[in-house]
Design a protein around this ligand. Structure first.
Ligand code: ADE
Length: 227
């Protein structure tokens, strides 16, 4: 898989992909993440990437031209399955969308800024608009990093123990059950006896019960669908 990120702040991506599963996935060539500075595609001498909105009312709007230039350049090099725009008024991101996107070959992620991009970018160049939640970030970069992290970690082979991605919260429509490790008794804080019993069937049953109870209490919306 190849992911091309288009941003006015390339440095923001220095950290998020350099650790843990995402770093390993890049090293083992499961994914290639390429970052493009939108300013490099500006046409005027000031490297402008935004301008005042025709509608007035404050804020700046990102220009069509540099965005079209970078996207056309990338499209001339390979085919893209999706051109994603991160924006608070997009479709809400969730595990199902992460699963779908993780199976794609090539995607572009455009990070929004200011008041957003000229609507014509959205009408003619973007195939999917994604929000990571009902709150507003300073820009689309952190949203892009969140989306990319969640889909790269589930590319087959990214996690050594395949079953561990399948037992994530949300993959089976439930929140994950609690987990424990040694010691079995820490200053009187005890691990539930059942987990020490060695009875796999009972343990699986306990985990499902715990997951259902947690989901019922914390996420009644999810629990309704699960029932
Ligand atoms: N840009 C600003 N806020 C955002 C959000 N909640 N989701 C995606 N992109 C954003």
């Amino acid at each position: 898989m190849r992911i091309d990120i288009v941003t006015i702040f390339p440095e923001m991506f220095k950290g998020p992909f350099d650790y843990s599963i995402i770093q390993r996935a890049q090293k083992s060539k499961l994914v290639e993440i390429c970052i493009h500075n939108l300013r490099d595609y500006a046409t005027d001498k000031h490297k402008r990437v935004d301008d005042y909105p025709f509608s007035g009312g404050g804020g700046m709007v990102m220009l069509v031209e540099p965005i079209e230039r970078v996207i056309q350049q990338l499209k001339s090099e390979r085919n893209y399955d999706e051109v994603i725009y991160t924006t608070p008024d997009g479709e809400m991101f969730n595990q199902a969308t992460a699963n779908v996107l993780s199976s794609k070959q090539n995607i572009i992620v455009l990070c929004g800024h200011y008041k957003g991009v000229d609507q014509r970018v959205r009408d003619h160049l973007i195939t999917r608009e994604i929000s990571i939640g009902d709150f507003v970030l300073s820009g689309g970069e952190l949203a892009a990093a969140v989306i990319i992290d969640s889909l790269v970690r589930i590319i087959p082979g990214a996690i050594s123990d395949e079953t561990s991605a399948l037992t994530d919260s949300f993959q089976d429509g439930l929140l994950a059950p609690p987990v424990y490790t040694r010691p079995a008794d820490y200053k009187g804080w005890k691990v539930p006896d059942i987990l020490l019993s060695g009875n796999d069937k009972d343990i699986e049953h306990w985990k499902l019960e715990q997951a259902m109870e947690k989901t019922r209490i914390r996420r009644p919306d999810m629990f309704e669908k699960f029932k």
